[in-house]
Design a protein around this ligand. Structure first.
Ligand code: PLP
Length: 442
């Protein structure tokens, strides 16, 4: 029997040091709806601002409700510190802005969420941060793009539409030769993958998805593993080794371990510089909603994955389905990565291609009765989308193929309903999919 409380089921409920509210003894985490915190005296205020003492200053930078969520997410990922932010998009933006400035570059996986591609290609590039794309099917592609301005590697554990599991250890090992940290977006695979155990330095989440689980709040998080030496090569990480004029000349890589006793300069800098300057704070009400979801994330991931595997087996035999895309349904070595990195399930997402092309894709979506037709992922409900007629409709045939989306590709996020009901809904919609157009999908 496990005696250490490091099981995800327990961490999700008890992780961090919150037992009950210190003032009221409330068991549920209270929503601290306050912007500000009374300083004890002028010395206390000065110490807080100088980081000589840690405590609440202003909710844009920290909040006691968010603090409980941060400690639990850090514990769940096996990291030392976490910063919550207003969305998953903010988490990925901050993760890059915390290591790179104009003139620097990041080497990123090609397999990414569309919003991340847009952020990288259209927004960060305008700020002078170059994103170089590497195909993760061969980890060596990352090494080929490194130069002395490369500040981080970036990947997604279980990216759709390809659903190819990222080679975390392989890419992290390459990065560590050059003192380059690996930032992993683990949004689609909390609990079933812990990227830090495989060498990732930073793990981000869109908490909006599986960790929240109920589709009721948008939120993001950045976890600092504490396992990366930011001072080993000062030229490689100038933001952690050069004096920061915005904070009295502090050198983050040295000051944070000295002040806190923990090697978490990435988390501290993201909080006290990026949240300070850019805002994007998580509202405590949303932190509360995410905490409710987090409590059951381990249970839900298990059910999502169990259902998804049964759905994959059903779909593989269906006459209207020409291809099933799933983390384990790839050629070697990609399929082996699912077994190496995912534990307790091979993921909640499934892709399918249909016999009847784009019209079949649309008709299938229109025919689903229980599944929701939404752009989101990671809800307790089963979700479906036909990218060629929606999220990817602006792309031409070539761009579609490059993004891994074919005309008939449908993305399914398998929910936690009874699997028989999920399969029944899929079956009746698939049987209608080849029967032509029902009505146009906007
Ligand atoms: N990362 C991944 C893998 C996502 O799927 C998403 C959203 O779909 C995001 C980041 C962005 O998250 P949010 O919608 O919370 O901003």
């Amino acid at each position: 029997m496990s005696t250490k409380r490091n099981n995800p089921e327990t961490i999700a409920i008890h992780g961090g040091d919150y037992k009950s509210d210190p003032v009221t003894n409330a068991v549920a985490v209270p929503i601290y709806r306050t912007t500000s915190y009374q300083f004890n005296n002028t010395e206390h205020a000065a110490n807080l601002f100088a980081l000589k003492e840690f405590g609440n200053i202003y909710t844009r930078i920290m909040n006691p409700t968010n603090d409980v969520l941060e400690k639990r997410v850090a514990a769940l990922e096996g990291g030392l510190s976490c910063v919550t932010v207003s969305s998953g998009q903010t988490a990925s933006s901050f993760a890059i802005l915390n290591v790179a400035q104009a003139g620097d570059n990041i080497v990123s996986s090609t397999d990414l969420y569309g919003g991340t591609v847009s952020l990288f290609t259209h927004t960060l590039s305008k700020l002078g941060i170059e994103i170089r794309y590497a195909d993760p099917s061969d980890p060596k592609n990352f090494e080929k793009m490194v130069d002395d301005k490369t500040r981080a590697f970036y990947g997604e554990t279980l990216p759709n539409p390809y659903l190819r599991v990222f080679p975390i250890k392989e890419v992290s090992d390459i990065g560590r030769k050059y003192n380059i940290p690996l930032i992993m977006d683990n949004t689609a695979s909390p609990v079933i993958c812990k990227p830090i155990e495989h060498g990732a330095a930073i793990v981000i989440h869109s908490l909006t998805k599986y960790i929240g689980g109920h589709g009721t709040a948008v939120a993001g998080s950045i976890v600092d593993s504490g396992n990366f030496d930011w001072t080993a090569d000062p030229k490689r990480q100038p933001l952690f080794n050069e004096p920061d004029a915005s904070y009295g000349g502090v050198i983050w890589g040295k000051a944070v371990p000295e002040l806190t006793g923990a090697n978490v300069p990435f988390a501290v800098r993201a909080r006290v510089c990026l949240l300070r300057d850019l805002g994007s704070a998580l509202a405590p009400d949303n932190a509360f909603a995410i905490i409710q979801g987090l409590e059951t994330v381990a249970l839900r991931m298990k059910q999502h994955c169990e259902n998804a595997e049964k759905v994959v087996n059903f779909l593989k035999k269906h006459k209207e389905v020409t291809k099933v895309i799933y983390s384990t349904e790839h050629n070697k070595p990609i399929a082996d990565r699912a077994k190496k990195y995912l534990k307790g399930g091979y993921g909640p997402m499934v892709g399918i291609e249909l016999k009847g092309g784009i019209e079949a894709g649309k008709t299938f979506i229109e025919s689903l009765k229980m599944f929701y037709h939404v752009a989101n992922i990671g809800d307790v409900r089963s979700l479906a989308i036909h990218p060629a007629s929606t999220t990817h409709s602006q792309l031409n045939e070539k761009e579609l193929a490059a993004s891994g989306v074919t005309q008939s590709y449908v993305r399914l996020c398998i929910g936690i309903e009874h699997v028989d009901d999920i399969i029944e809904d899929l079956n009746q919609a698939l049987n209608k999919s080849s029967k032509g157009k029902l009505r146009a999908v906007s």
